[in-house]
Ligand binder design. Structure first.
Ligand code: N01
Length: 538
């Protein structure tokens, strides 16, 4: 159905917020249940992350055939992937195709941002307000807003005074940014910075990189896929998906069953070299203990630092690029194409802003303590207010008017990352407390969407109208999420966005669930099979 614009619409079964990977599949499942659902989307098109992140070099870090939907065998068979890692345009084409193929657009309201969402105790439903003046009501509110959609632009003195162009990578203009012959500054060396830096260095007359924390990175080794590659994925999707769903990280490979220091030095180096030559995130899977044992991680980190020294010709620049403040992969590890090589160009300068902090942005550029860097364009590759940011900016209020921002003032609290107590019938796809960003995201999304759809069926069969996380179950889950993180090296990365450390004033809480996707899925399935203990159904 089409809800009229700018008015109070008729009561719906569900409102889904966001038309990226999550929202599209959620809408498809809700329709399959015969429910009346509308998707609200800020952008003018589908795609979420792949709609907004149009910066040069934007490309998925997961392999195309695994970073895709599994719910439709027909879709799997008809779509042919062009490259090992899909570029942003290819991802957007894929999601546009999905929206058309499943006729999803007619229930998506584009250019519509949620400004408030309140649970109405008396009605047992959600009232949602938008920036277009619409007021919608629905039994269920399902957030499909992504974990990395709320851009983080640092509040640097003088930013508004800058005379040139400035852009955050996550809000890149659709018609591109011409930096040909320009002096460009990039702030940030996370996954995004590492992708965009080599691409901007080519056309710019000079590129200055402002680095706060040096990062590890593995070569991506992207390549075009052949017909034979695609035929092979299509023939084996069943097995690929089974492996993804049962694995720790949602990727179609298993973590090797061997401890780092149990292998002789020479053999270990050969294994690292193989991983480096193969490229990609799979490097992390070379040994069983890389993410849980500091000595094991040190060995991998030493190898990766030796590669930086090997690639970067100027020893002083190489030294500045060496990460020592966090274990490898305790921050989400980037993969790259010619990232470290870019620092061998004469027209690229690296500024270490830990030793030479940014003081202000001036009309002419960026001033650090020791120098003025004249610039025509500033690119903020400064990341996101991850996981909680997109949820908190929606103005969500639960029972008795409790604001989500108040409930989560000391950090997010959920049960299974799917619900938070006091907010009945609110589901958070890839919410904090679920594996989400620690695994291949579409695999996590499908698991969440399927679980939610089955919960709605169960609710109906029980003759219940409300489902809500119980406070005790939530407390136990929060403890479990913390314990799972503490069994790994992940909390050791002090500046990680997993901990909220990249956003000033954000509570330092490890947000995703580090217990692994396979184990998490079994837990969720078990909860469903046992009649949803930990959730109050009424
Ligand atoms: O953001 P980030 P991102 N002054 O937060 C720096 C996914 N992703 O957009 O580390 C100076 O990782 C900040 O420094 P520090 C992926 O999950 C996926 O790069 O906080 N510097 C850091 O270097 C990824 O992890 C893909 O000290 C400042 C950088 O900005 C996530 O998105 C591609 C600063 C931000 O790095 C986020 O990646 C891209 C300041 N005031 C992203 N504030 C693919 O799959 C921040 N920084 C392809």
């Amino acid at each position: 159905m089409t809800v009229p614009q700018g008015t109070r619409g008729p009561a719906l079964d569900a409102i889904v917020v966001g038309a990226g990977f999550s929202g599209l599949y959620m809408l498809h499942r809700l329709r399959g249940l015969g429910l009346d659902a509308v998707v609200l989307e800020s952008g003018d098109g589908v795609g979420g992350t792949w709609y907004w992140n149009r910066y040069p070099g934007a490309r998925c870090d997961s392999e195309s055939w695994s970073y895709s939907y599994s719910f439709s065998p027909e879709l799997e068979q008809e779509w042919t992937w062009a490259e090992r890692y899909p570029s942003q345009p290819e991802m957007l084409r894929y999601l546009d195709h999905v929206a058309d193929r499943f006729d999803l657009r007619r229930d998506i309201r584009f250019g519509t941002t949620v400004t408030a969402a309140s649970f109405r105790d008396a009605h047992g439903d959600w009232e949602v307000r938008t920036d277009t003046g619409d007021v919608l009501t629905a039994r269920f509110l399902i957030t499909a807003v992504g974990c990395l959609s709320s851009a983080n632009v640092p509040d640097i003195d003088g930013r508004a005074s800058f005379a040139g162009e400035q852009h955050h990578t996550g809000r890149w203009p659709h018609d591109g940014v011409d930096v040909t012959g320009k002096r460009v500054g990039v702030i940030g060396t996370g996954s995004t910075g590492i992708q965009v830096i080599p691409k901007l260095a080519e056309p710019a007359s000079h590129l200055t990189v402002f680095q706060r924390t040096p990062n590890f990175s593995i070569p991506a080794r992207n390549r075009p896929l052949t017909e034979a590659d695609n035929a092979s994925f299509k023939a084996h999707y069943g097995a690929i998906r089974r492996l993804q769903r049962s694995s720790t990280n949602g990727h179609p490979y298993l973590i090797a069953d061997r401890a780092t220091l149990s292998v002789p030095d020479e053999e270990r180096t050969r294994i690292y070299e193989d991983g480096w030559a193969r490229g990609g995130l799979q490097f992390r899977a070379a040994f069983s203990d890389m993410m849980v044992d500091k000595a094991a991680n040190d060995a991998a980190s030493d190898f990766l630092r030796s590669k930086i020294r090997e690639v970067v010709t100027d020893p002083a620049t190489a030294e500045k690029l060496l990460p020592f403040d966090h274990p490898f992969a305790a921050k989400r590890p980037p993969i790259d194409t010619e990232y470290f090589e870019t620092y061998n160009r004469d027209d690229v300068t690296l500024v270490d802003v830990r030793s030479d902090p940014i003081v202000e942005i001036t009309p002419a550029g960026i001033r650090t303590e020791s120098a003025e860097h004249p610039l025509d364009t500033i690119v903020f590759a400064t990341g996101f207010d991850a996981m909680t940011g997109p949820l908190l900016r929606m103005g969500i209020h639960g029972r008795d008017g409790l604001a989500l921002s108040e409930k989560w003032a000391a950090g997010p609290r959920t049960y299974l990352g799917l619900q938070t107590a006091g907010f009945p019938n609110l589901f958070t796809i890839t919410g904090p407390g679920s594996p989400s960003v620690l695994a291949n995201v579409p695999t996590c999304i499908e698991q969440h969407v399927d679980w939610i759809a089955e919960a709605l069926v169960h609710l109906d069969e029980r003759g219940a109208t409300l489902i809500e996380a119980e406070p005790d179950a939530e407390d136990r889950w929060v403890d479990h999420v913390n314990a799972a993180a503490d069994r790994t090296l992940l909390p050791l990365a002090g500046s990680s966005w997993y901990l909220g450390a990249n956003v000033p004033g954000k509570p330092r809480v490890f947000m995703p669930y580090a217990g692994g996707l396979g184990a998490y899925t079994r837990l969720c399935d078990d909860v469903a099979a046992r009649g949803y203990p930990g959730f109050a159904l009424s």
